[in-house]
Design a protein. Structure first.
Length: 569
C-alpha cells in the first residue's frame, strides 16, 4: 500500500515554484541586459543594508546587500519602477559605485527580513545621534540621579518591545550627560548585561539588561558609531556626536569581543566638563602664583605628568584659556581634540594613518605659532622637537606618563633628550591626580583615628611653609551619601598637585643622569607641596577624605620618599 506524504509533497512543490520563479527572473534579466542574482545564495551585509531606510527599500522593492569600499551591490525586483530608478540615482550621488542586480520577489523579501536585526533602529545620519537640545533638557530634568536613570529604563523595558531601543539609548546618553558621567559601560555577563556609569572617576552600577534587548542596543550603537555590524570577533573603535544646544558632544565608542558577547564602552567628551579655569583646578595658592608667572613667559616648557585619567589635559586647557589673547597664535596637536577652543588652531594626530604627534608638531612650527600644546610626548622625536621649540622662542605645554614631577627629568633623558637642552627648555615639571570632592550636602565631621593622626602630624610638620603650620589636625570629614550625590558621598573632583621648578640645583643634577630621588633631593629648598602634602591639607580642610587620598595616591611610596628627603636635609 502506497503512503502519500502530503508535507513532503508540498515542500517539493514549493521548491519547484521557487526554481521556476528564479528561472523566469533569470530569463528576464538576460533579455533586459541586467545581471541576475539570487540572494538566497549569499549573506546579506548589514553594513550595506542600513544604507537604505527600510520604508524606502520596501517602496522601491530594492535592497543594498553588499558593500566593498564604495562599491555597493543593490538588488531590485522591477527595472521599470520609477522609485527604484530614483533610489539608485540617489545612491550614486552619495558617491557609491552602484552595481544593480535583478532578483525575484521572494529573494528581496528574504533581504527585507534582515531588517529585523535593526528593527528598533531609527535610521539616522552615520556618525550623528539626533537628540535635540530640548530633548536633552527634558530627559535631564527627570534624570538627576543614577536611580532616576534606572527607573526610566525600567519603564521603557516594560513598554512595547519594538519601540524601545532608540529610547533606551537616548535615556542612557542623556542620563550620562545629566549626572556628568565620563564613560558608559555595557558589559555582558553569563545571564545579563551590566550597565555602569563612571562618575567622578569611579564606576557605579545602574541596572542589568536582558541579552535580547542588549543585542538591539548593540546594533544601534554600532550603526551610529560607524563600526561594522556583522563583525563580532574583533575589537572595533568608532565615534558619533550628540548636538546639545550650541555644543557637539563627541562620544568615542570601543567594542570588545568577550566570553559572553561584545562589551561596549562609550567615552563622553563633554566640552563643559573640560571647560575649567585655573581658579577651579584646586591649585595651592603658592603654586597658582608660580604658574601664573610662568605662563607670562614668552618661551619655555611646562610639562604635566600623571597616569591616564588624572586630569592632565584639563589642566593644559585651563592654561590655554589663561594665555589666549587676540595677538597670540596658539596651535594644539591632540589625539583626540576633546574641547574646541575658539580662536585656537587645533589639529588631531592620527598615528594609524601616518600623522603622528611629531608630524603635527613639525607642521605646527611652520605655522609661526607663539604657543604650542602637544597632547602627549611618547617618543624621542616628539620629545626632541618639543624641547627644541621651547628653547627657540615658543611657549610649549605637554604631558608625560610618569608618576610624579621628579620623574619628568629621568623620563626625558631616557627618551634621549640632551640634558643641557632640557635645563634650558623645561621651566616647570608638574604632576597631578584627581580626587573626588566631598558632597557638601551630606559630609560629616569625624575625629581622626590614631593611625591617621600620626600620619597627618608627620605630613603637616614636613611642610616648610608658615601658612600651613596652623592647619587643624584633629578632625576629618567623611562621605555618607545622599540623593544629590547619587548616594556616593562625593560630588565633583579636584586636582592634587606637585611641581618642580627649574633651578641651578636641578640643572646641575640633570647632567648626572639622576634618579627620581636625586631630583627630589635637589628640589627640597623650593618649598612647594608634594602631592601627599597637598592632599592631606585638602582633607584637613574638608575638601576630600583620607579614603579618597589612599585610592589615588601611593601612600607607602610617598611616605618612604618623604623619609628619604627628610634624611637628606
Amino acid at each position: 500500500m502506497l503512503h502519500f506524504d502530503e508535507d513532503k509533497q508540498n515542500l517539493k512543490l514549493a521548491e519547484l515554484r521557487r526554481k521556476e520563479e528564479e528561472d523566469f527572473i533569470k530569463a528576464v534579466a538576460a533579455a533586459r541586459g541586467i545581471p541576475y542574482f539570487n540572494l538566497a545564495n549569499v549573506p546579506i551585509e548589514t553594513d550595506a543594508l542600513v544604507l537604505i531606510m527600510e520604508a524606502e527599500a520596501r517602496e522601491a522593492q530594492a535592497v543594498a546587500f553588499q558593500l566593498l569600499n564604495k562599491e555597493l551591490g543593490v538588488a531590485f525586483v522591477d527595472p521599470d519602477n520609477a522609485k527604484t530608478e530614483s533610489l539608485l540615482q540617489g545612491l550614486t550621488e552619495k558617491g557609491y559605485s552602484v552595481k544593480p542586480f535583478l532578483v525575484s520577489r521572494r529573494s528581496v523579501e528574504r533581504a527585507f527580513d534582515k531588517y529585523k536585526e535593526v528593527s528598533a533602529v531609527k535610521e539616522t545620519k552615520l556618525g550623528s545621534f539626533d537628540i535635540s537640545g530640548a530633548e536633552i533638557q527634558d530627559v535631564g530634568s527627570r534624570l538627576r540621579t543614577v536611580l532616576d536613570i534606572k527607573k526610566e529604563i525600567g519603564v521603557i523595558l516594560g513598554g512595547q518591545k519594538g519601540a524601545k531601543t532608540t529610547k533606551i539609548v537616548e535615556v542612557i546618553l542623556a542620563g550620562a550627560l545629566a549626572v556628568n558621567a565620563s564613560d558608559v559601560h555595557l558589559e555582558p555577563q553569563q545571564q545579563e548585561v551590566r550597565l555602569r556609569l563612571r562618575l567622578d572617576g569611579v564606576l557605579n552600577d545602574v541596572l542589568q539588561i536582558d541579552p535580547a534587548t542588549y543585542n538591539y542596543l548593540l546594533s544601534r550603537i554600532k550603526l551610529v558609531s560607524g563600526v561594522k555590524l556583522n563583525v563580532k570577533t574583533e575589537a572595533q573603535d568608532g565615534r558619533f556626536s550628540i548636538k546639545v544646544g550650541e555644543f557637539d558632544v563627541e562620544v568615542r565608542v570601543s567594542v570588545l569581543p568577550g566570553s559572553y558577547g561584545e562589551s561596549v564602552v562609550m567615552r563622553i567628551l563633554n566640552p563643559n566638563a573640560l571647560s575649567v579655569s585655573m581658579e577651579e583646578l584646586g591649585l595651592e595658592p603658592r603654586l597658582h602664583a608660580l604658574l601664573d608667572r610662568e605662563l607670562e613667559r614668552p618661551n619655555g616648557m611646562i610639562l604635566n605628568t600623571g597616569p591616564t585619567g588624572s586630569g592632565k589635559t584639563t589642566t593644559l586647557y585651563a592654561f590655554l584659556k589663561k594665555v589666549h589673547k587676540p595677538d597670540v597664535k596658539i596651535i594644539t596637536i591632540e589625539n583626540p581634540v576633546e574641547y574646541h577652543l575658539p580662536g585656537i588652531v587645533q589639529t588631531q594626530a592620527d598615528p594609524e594613518h601616518g600623522y603622528t604627534f611629531s608630524d603635527g608638531l613639525r607642521a605646527a612650527l611652520r605655522q609661526d605659532p607663539d604657543i604650542i600644546m602637544v597632547g602627549e610626548i611618547r617618543d624621542t622625536e616628539t620629545a626632541e622637537t618639543a624641547v627644541a621649540a621651547a628653547s627657540t622662542g615658543h611657549l610649549v605645554f605637554s604631558t608625560l606618563h610618569t608618576n610624579n614631577a621628579a620623574g619628568t627629568f629621568p623620563r626625558l633623558l631616557t627618551l634621549g633628550v640632551n640634558p643641557k637642552v632640557i635645563s634650558s627648555a623645561v621651566t616647570v615639571a608638574m604632576a597631578q591626580r584627581l580626587a573626588r570632592k566631598l558632597c557638601p550636602s551630606c559630609k560629616k565631621e569625624s575625629a581622626l583615628g590614631a593611625g591617621d593622626k600620626k600620619l597627618v602630624k608627620d605630613i603637616v610638620n614636613s611642610i616648610r611653609l608658615d601658612e600651613y603650620k596652623d592647619v587643624q589636625q584633629e578632625k576629618m570629614w567623611v562621605a555618607t551619601g545622599c540623593q544629590k550625590c547619587n548616594e556616593t558621598g562625593y560630588k565633583g573632583r579636584i586636582g592634587i598637585f606637585e611641581a618642580i621648578v627649574m633651578t641651578p640645583e636641578i640643572e646641575e643634577v640633570i647632567l648626572k643622569n639622576p634618579s627620581e630621588h636625586e631630583v627630589k633631593s635637589a628640589a627640597i629648598n623650593q618649598n612647594t607641596l608634594s602631592m601627599l602634602q597637598d592632599g592631606i591639607v585638602k582633607a584637613l580642610k574638608g575638601v576630600t577624605t583620607m579614603d579618597e587620598l589612599r585610592r589615588v595616591l601611593d601612600f607607602e611610596n610617598e611616605a618612604r620618599s618623604k623619609q628619604k628627603n627628610d634624611a637628606d636635609r
